[in-house]
Write a protein that binds this ligand. Sequence first.
Ligand SMILES: [Zn+2]
Length: 328
Amino acid sequence: MQAAQLFVGLDIGGTKTAVLLVDSNNTLLGKATLPTRAATPDELLAAIARAIHTALTEANATPQQIESIGMGVPGQVDPATGIVQMAVNLNLQTYPLGAAVSAHFKVPTFLENDVRTAAIGAFNHLCQTEPVQTIAYLSIGTGIAAGLVLNGRLYRGHNGMAGEIGHMLVETDGEPCKCGMHGCLETIVSGPAIVRQFLAINPQTKSQVRHAGDVYCLADEGHPVAQNVVKHVSQYLARAIQWLIMSYDVEKVVLGGGVTRSGHRFLAPILREMATLRQQSSLAAELLLDENLHLISPDFNPGLWGAVQLAKQIFLEEVAVATAINAS
Ligand SMILES: [Zn+2]
C-alpha cells in the first residue's frame, strides 16, 4: 500500500509551537505541542523540526511522506517570499523562515501572519455549518488584531496590515503602547491590559491575579473592581465589533484568542454592551446583532487548522504549476 500523503500545519507562538499532521482527507494523524526556542534563528528552526518529528513519530510516519507545510507566525509576514519581519516574540528582525523550513524538509512551505492564519481556519470551520462568505476573526490575547476573509478570500490590504485594529487610538492620554503611541485599543482590551487595570487598583492581589481569566472569575463572583474592569473592556470590545461590522459589513465576527477562553463570562458582558448600543441607535439595532458573534470553541484551534489549509493550498498550487509545465 502506498504511504499516505501528509500535510503539516504549524502555529508558532512566542512560548509554544503546535503542530498538526493530517492526510488528504483532513484526518488527524499526529499532533504535538513543544516549547518554542528562539534565541537564534537556528534554534527556532531546530524547535520547529523537533515539533514536526514528534508529530511524525505519533503518526508512525516519515518526513518523506510530507507534501507541504503551512505556518502561522506572529509578526509581519510576506507570504510571497516567506520572509518574517519584526517577530519580536521569536527574536527575528528579518529572516527567510519559509525558505529555511522548506530547505530542511525539502517540501514547499507557506507562511502567513498568525491571526490571518487563524481567520482562514475559523472561516473554513464556520463554512462547515453555515454558508458564510465574509467574516472578521477577532483575536484577543496578548495583543488584539483581526483577520479578514472577504467574499471567501483572505484580505491582507495594501501593506498586509488590514485588521490591525489593536493600534487604533481610542483614548487620549491613555496608557503607552508598544507601538509608541498612547491609548491604543490594545492597551485596554488585551490580556495583559486587563490584568494591569485590575492590579492598578488592587496591587495587593498581584500573586493571585495573573491572567485575564482571573479578573473575569472575580467579576463573576461579584468583585466590584473586577466588574468595573470587565465592563470597561467589554464596552471597547463591543465598539471594536461594531467597527468591524461597519467597516467591512461582515456576516460574522468570530472571537478567539486566550482571553476568550473565559467563555460565557467573557461573552455575556459584551452582549450586554451591544444591547446598550442597539438601544441608542436604530442603525446599531439593525446591524449589531447577537447572532453576528461567534465565540470559537476552546477545543478548536483555528490557527492550526488554518495552517493546514495553507499547506494544502501551496501543495495544490505546486501541482497545478507542475501540470502546466508538463503540458507545455
Ligand atoms: Zn499601539
